[in-house]
Design a protein around this ligand. Structure first.
Ligand code: WQD
Length: 343
């Protein structure tokens, strides 16, 4: 178990790179596979500065079976943490085939190569988006499954793939960890969310406004049935999320079957609460303007994380202020992210 070698697909990405830190700190050996379509290679340098370890890199794509086979032969993985995926909701509506090809076909190829090499454990980066429109809140793992966008459907379909694979192979373990809203950055300020182009998500947009790269934050809807009229979400610190992956794997690594878990804090924060926390972090006002509601948005959404807390003996402990403090430390150290890109 300890010293297990773990393939981390998408390991240069936001959650994947933080998961590599948590794996290293828990005594595992992460090997990063990434095609760098949405991450900078400099992430590996930052990971080395944080952990003192240069993690091995497989430069490649989960859809390339030959690359995967070479890696499985070379590193003899004990398990796979699977983060590699396209994840922009809006983009998935405009380009659904790319999402099904990357997220679904890519996972099929990964599972086939895992089977060839007898690797029987997968920790899958799933998403609360598999719950679609919340029927009730907080959301627990028995909430109906469905989606409102192609990205979400790719997560639903991959979870179904994993259920079927687990039925066909009694030794197979698939942990589907359903993230609510991952935000934050490593406390060192050396690593954080570094989206290409205009951020789709709230927190990186607020961070880029605070650093002066954006003129103001558009608040999508101020007339929701919430305390301050703005959308409420369950923001979870990316290091809590990363540690949750390790806790899940440690709990279940000798088990088998498909096991879904919500990874959230169980607390909701509104858009204006996030902006206010960020103002405390950066010590300045952050300009925002009311904007029309975003299609597909819901008013409130947050997790019931009781199952994970009970089973893993893990809980998210970093609060919203810590999340925005850590993001500000990262964003002010790297105003343009790791890759010096034009605005
Ligand atoms: C949060 C709140 C917006 C941007 C998405 C995906 C989900 C997961 C997390 C991958 C909402 C408001 C946002 C802005 C705003 N991703 N907002 N101005 O939509 O809850 O979830 O990211 O797994 O699958 O759906 O996150 O950060 O986009 O929005 O007012 O510029 O912030 O309306 O209330 P969301 P978000």
């Amino acid at each position: 178990m300890m010293e297990d070698t773990i393939l981390v697909t998408g390991g240069a990405g936001f959650v994947g790179s933080h998961a590599c830190i948590a794996l290293h700190e828990a005594g595992f050996r992460p090997v990063i596979l990434d095609n760098f379509s949405n991450a900078s290679e400099k992430v590996l340098d930052q990971l080395e500065r944080i952990t003192g370890q240069r993690f091995p890199l497989v430069r490649g794509d989960i859809r390339d079976a030959a690359t995967l086979r070479d890696a499985f032969q070379r590193y003899r993985f004990d398990a796979v943490f699977h983060f590699a995926a396209l994840k922009a909701v809006g983009e998935s509506v405009r380009n659904p085939l790319a999402y099904y090809e990357n997220n679904v076909s890519g996972t099929v190829i990964l599972l086939q190569v895992m089977q060839e090499w007898g690797v029987r454990s997968l920790v899958f980066s799933s998403s609360a988006t598999v719950y679609g429109e919340p029927r009730y809140v907080p959301i627990d793992e028995t909430h109906p499954i469905g989606s409102t966008n192609p990205y979400g459907w790719t997560k639903v379909i991959v979870e179904q793939l994993l259920r079927d694979a687990a039925k066909a192979n009694p030794k197979f373990l698939a942990l589907a960890l359903r993230y609510f809203n991952p935000v934050g950055a490593h406390e060192s300020g050396l690593l954080g969310e570094d989206p290409l182009g205009t951020p789709n998500n709230l927190v990186p947009f607020v961070a880029q406004t605070a650093i002066g790269r954006r003129d103001h934050v558009p608040v999508f809807g101020t007339d929701y049935q919430t305390a301050d009229g703005t959308g409420v979400r369950d923001y979870i610190h990316v290091m809590d999320l990363a540690e949750g992956h390790v806790a899940a794997f440690r709990t279940h690594h000798e088990d088998s079957g498909f096991k879904p878990y919500n990874l959230g804090t169980g607390r909701g924060s509104s858009v204006l609460e996030v902006i206010s926390a960020f103002e405390k972090s950066c010590g300045a006002r952050i300009p925002w303007k009311s904007a029309p509601r975003r299609p597909g948005d819901v008013a409130v959404n947050w997790a019931d994380p009781a199952l994970a807390i009970k089973r893993f003996n893990w809980r998210a402990w970093r609060d919203l202020q810590t999340m925005t403090d850590d993001v500000w430390r990262w964003q002010s150290a790297y105003p343009n992210g790791l890759q010096e890109r034009t605005l």
